[in-house]
Design a protein around this ligand. Structure first.
Ligand SMILES: [Zn+2]
Length: 656
């Protein structure tokens, strides 16, 4: 492990413009540098480097970070690898704490298991290339399948030999404990009466190491090459452990992440070999879910890189059914999904092997269908002229559309489908609305019913706005992000507020927290709320210099948010403009009054949006409530409307 002093030295020595400058041609522009973004294709430079802030950021695609972050992204390095790179560049000697076998035991379980899986992965790879059996059986199998030396290295493929305790013996002589070997699932333990036997999980198999998002080996898949026993499973995987969670696995994500980001698209296939074959054919933005439908955890990893997913499926009917299932899941996540069905009797692996890159790309481009077209195709074939089946299938399509959170997309799909199906748009809209309403009520019922006080803001009111004046220019999450922006960039500045008749100085972050606390407001966007909490915790511990402390406690997702928040040249979002709310963001500089106004406005706008969302729910509730309830609701509506009017007056706007 690298010592903290070394890390500090690296951080203090490296200069962002030099680090980026090794990869991007930079031109000086005022206090900053500017160049062509290495993370997306562009002709006019929008990649900005700020030596003063020590960060870089692309105003085209939003990618950015500090020196370490830039190297991690650009070179696909882990945090430690990026540190090593920078240390080398600046001739900094790396001080490491050497691990003794006692220390290995002391490391917490996760870290110990990660060390072990990395060790095992190297061992399997070495077998493949150096062990007699590995070369004769494993390597020759992979070569036969057409995998190049380059792909074998890239995916770090390996081989587990036939001898049933080969790995067990080797690992224990290297100081790894039986306990951890068992926990990692690499060793299986059988107990019969007083007899305990232990043996390797993977034997006589080609090994596919499974990397997580940041490139650590967390588990293995093994394909059998045994010809003797026909009863054993073709593929086996590591069991669940502290580091391996099957439902979060996206095979190939580490190797593909940069390509996904650059192409702004991710291909999804089913098997390990599909991934490698496509990668080898030149389609590098490909991952496998190793199953039929995607989980939230897998989707989260993809959406960090792109919102565009193209699912490749076999041309048989099982493949098509699987595609329909996967799509339902993806729609709820607001992703743009396309589907390519391969020719009958082909899987991605066999398909790419017979074609060159151009042919593959042409086929994908010609056969890519968005989900609506795809589903209408499949279902209308099944329904034929049967009116009952047809009605059922229109309902299915409506259900799919209703599950899309983004209402702009909903209206787009409604329009498209009404043309494709020959159904009048209002009719389709009505059935979509009905389903959304029903789902909404169901969710609402499942929640505890006590949250009707206006101070307690129900978290899901924002997503149900289809029936009312829904196209607000500003969304709640937009405003929440803006407040975080102010917190991060101005948190430690002092503004003056009027307390009765005297001016009282108060720090911006304190002011924001007080104001949110007053009405018990929490951010609805989970990531933003998490960030807010971490900021508050850091501010409590360190009274000044909060940002450098904060930075050290962020995971990658939060760090990416951090980078988008530390803006080099803030500019008012056009959304504020179209909401007719004045934003001072680009002219604050050192003007405390403007800063104060900007903060007040933002907090009030958030309050306003939340109240209006609640008002909409109440309005909907009155429609279905009995008389007694509806009187109660009307009273609440009246109260809310009064507060809304006050805030609107305060902001100098009116939305009726
Ligand atoms: Zn860019």
């Amino acid at each position: 492990m690298i010592k903290q002093e070394t890390i500090n030295e690296i951080l203090n020595t490296s200069r962002i413009e030099e680090v980026v400058g090794d990869f991007v041609r930079l031109t000086k522009r005022g206090v900053n540098y500017i160049g062509l973004c290495p993370f997306h294709d562009e002709k006019t430079p929008s990649f900005t480097v700020s030596p003063a802030k020590g960060i870089c950021k692309c105003f085209g695609c939003g990618v950015g970070g500090d020196s370490i972050g830039f190297i991690m992204k650009h070179e696909n390095y882990s945090y430690v690898e990026a540190l090593r790179y920078l240390a080398k560049k600046y001739n900094i000697e790396i001080q490491e704490t050497q691990l003794s076998s006692e220390e290995i035991q002391l490391l917490n379980e996760r870290e110990a298991l990660l060390l072990l899986t990395t060790f095992a992965s190297d061992y399997f790879a070495e077998n493949l290339h150096k062990h007699e059996e590995g070369i004769a059986i494993g390597l020759s199998y992979l070569k036969e399948r057409g995998f190049t030396e380059n792909s074998i290295k890239k995916f770090h493929l390996g081989y587990a030999v036939r001898q049933r305790d080969a790995f067990l013996t080797y690992a224990t002589t290297k100081g790894y404990t039986i306990d951890n070997l068992e926990k990692s699932g690499l060793i299986i333990v059988r107990q019969q009466e007083n007899n305990i036997s232990r043996f390797d999980r993977f034997t006589e198999r080609v090994i596919f190491p499974i990397h997580n998002f940041s490139g650590k080996v967390i588990g293995f898949g093994g394909r059998t090459l045994s010809t003797l026993n026909k009863n054993i499973a073709k593929y086996i995987n590591s069991p669940e452990s502290a580091i391996y969670h099957k439902s979060d696995i996206l095979y190939g994500i580490f190797q593909a992440k940069r390509a996904i980001q650059k192409a702004d698209k991710c291909y999804l296939v089913e098997g390990y070999t599909d991934v490698i074959s496509l990668y080898q054919a030149g389609i590098e933005n490909v991952v496998s879910s190793s199953g039929t439908s995607l989980t939230q955890g897998q989707i989260r990893q993809i959406t960090r890189l792109t919102n565009n997913i193209t699912v490749l499926y076999d041309g048989d009917s099982a493949g098509i059914q699987a595609a329909i299932r996967a799509v339902g899941m993806l729609l709820k996540e607001n992703l743009n999904i396309r589907i390519v069905i391969l020719p009958p009797s082909e899987d991605p692996d066999s398909f790419v092997r017979k074609r060159d890159l151009q042919e593959i790309q042409d086929f994908f481009a010609e056969n890519e269908k968005d989900f609506i077209h795809f589903k209408i195709d499949v279902l209308s074939k099944e329904a034929g002229n049967d009116p009952i089946k047809k009605a059922e299938f229109v309902k299915q399509i409506a259900t799919d559309i209703a599950s899309i959170p983004d209402i702009i997309k909903v209206s787009f799909f409604v329009k498209q489908c009404s043309t494709l199906l020959g159904i009048p748009e209002p009719v389709l809209y009505q059935s979509v609305n009905k389903i959304r309403l029903a789902t909404y009520r169901k969710e609402k019922l499942e929640q505890t019913k006590e949250n009707t006080d206006i101070n307690l803001l129900p978290a899901d009111t924002e997503k149900f706005k289809l029936t009312s004046n829904s196209l607000e220019p500003l969304s709640i999450s937009e405003v929440e992000k803006h407040i975080l922006f102010l917190l991060l960039n101005y948190g430690e500045q002092i503004i003056e507020i009027l307390d009765d008749t005297t001016c009282v100085p108060i720090r911006v972050d304190q002011f924001i927290f007080n104001d949110l606390d007053k009405d018990g407001i929490e951010f609805e966007t989970l990531l933003y709320q998490k960030f807010l909490t971490i900021y508050a915790e850091t501010a409590e511990k360190y009274s000044s210099d909060i940002i450098p402390q904060l930075k050290q406690n962020l995971d990658q997702e939060m760090f990416e948010l951090f980078v988008t928040l530390v803006d080099i040249k803030p500019s008012p979002s056009p959304l504020w403009e179209s909401s007719r709310i004045k934003s001072f963001i680009n002219t604050i500089d050192n003007n405390k009054t403007k800063l104060h106004n900007e903060i007040l406005n933002s907090l009030q706008v958030l309050r306003l949006l939340k109240l209006r969302a609640i008002k909409n729910t109440y309005l909907n509730e009155t429609r279905k409530a009995n008389e007694e309830d509806s009187l109660l609701i009307l009273k609440k509506l009246n109260d809310i409307t009064k507060i809304i009017c006050d805030i609107e007056k305060d902001l100098g706007v009116s939305y009726r």
